[in-house]
Design a protein around this ligand. Structure first.
Ligand code: BTN
Length: 261
């Protein structure tokens, strides 16, 4: 039994017309919503599904890191669906744009897939993250099953180390709850995924630029041989552009950190 009231039926009525066959599930506890849906798809059940969990025992973040969230303090959900864009580049940025635009003002995007609560120019705290994974579709070599996993902090929690303080949506609007936030973001997220599937990153590029927290900010890549430069936006495929001593360089993957000035 879930402890919160999740608007599953309302969501299903809004989402299913755009994505026939989609189901909406709310569970009290699971290892990870993304792992669950990935395993289902690998076992042959590739129906579209939005799964939200009140608690994840083994939430997963990017680059193999764990995604820990306290029950009741966050929103954790995954949207899985058969998916076949011509070009996948920029997908996590498009997802970030859809989420940030559906939430209160005061949120920025840190390339490639973090939502930040803004504290000032180039300064902010991580408010949420996006994890995109795919697996093959049985009997359909042309398409894949895509999993868009989203974790958003709702309620502020005490951080043992002040430097690692994260942001929470209730700092922007104290009345927000996890079910409210899911209700706000689910339809824009699905609509953005469908638009990206047919049109790619292009319709999201200018919108990303409005939310880009790295523009004009000194950053360093996390590559083995790190590059340093000033954020100069993203290109039409969603690669991060860095103004370096050797000219503008495009970073297609990996992570970056903001360098203290
Ligand atoms: C990141 O590292 O910033 C991405 C975090 C993504 C976490 C979400 S929570 C819902 C879904 N299930 C998971 O196990 N991970 C994603």
């Amino acid at each position: 039994m879930t402890t919160l009231h999740w608007p599953c039926e309302t969501l299903w009525e809004r989402l299913e017309p755009l994505c026939p066959g989609l189901s909406v599930e709310a569970v009290a506890e699971v290892d990870s919503t993304s792992t669950r849906l990935l395993e289902r798809a690998r076992a042959g059940d590739a129906a579209p599904c939005l799964m939200v969990a009140e608690h994840q025992r083994a939430g997963r973040g990017r680059q193999g890191r764990p995604w820990a969230s306290q029950a009741g303090a966050s929103l954790t959900f995954s949207l899985g669906l058969p998916y076949a864009p011509r070009d996948w580049s920029g997908l996590s940025l498009a997802v970030g744009v859809a989420l940030a635009e559906a939430l209160p003002a005061g949120i920025g995007l840190k390339w490639p897939n973090d939502l930040w609560l803004l504290d000032g120019a180039g300064r902010g705290r991580k408010l949420g993250g996006i994890l995109i994974e795919t697996t093959g579709l049985q009997g359909n070599p042309a398409g894949r099953y895509a999993l868009v996993g989203v974790g958003l902090n709702i309620r502020p929690v005490d951080a043992p180390d002040a430097r690692n303080r994260v942001g929470a949506l209730q700092e922007l609007d104290a009345t927000l709850t996890a079910p409210d936030v899911l209700q706000r973001v689910a339809l824009p997220l699905l609509a953005a995924l469908l638009r990206f599937e047919s049109e790619g990153f292009d319709p999201f590029a200018d919108r990303f630029a409005m939310l880009d927290v790295l523009r004009g900010v000194p950053v360093r890549t996390s590559h083995e041989d790190p590059l340093q430069g000033i954020g100069a936006g993203v290109d039409r495929k969603g690669a991060l552009l860095l103004q370096t001593a050797a000219g503008v360089q495009a970073i297609e993957s990996g992570e970056v950190s903001v360098r203290p000035c």
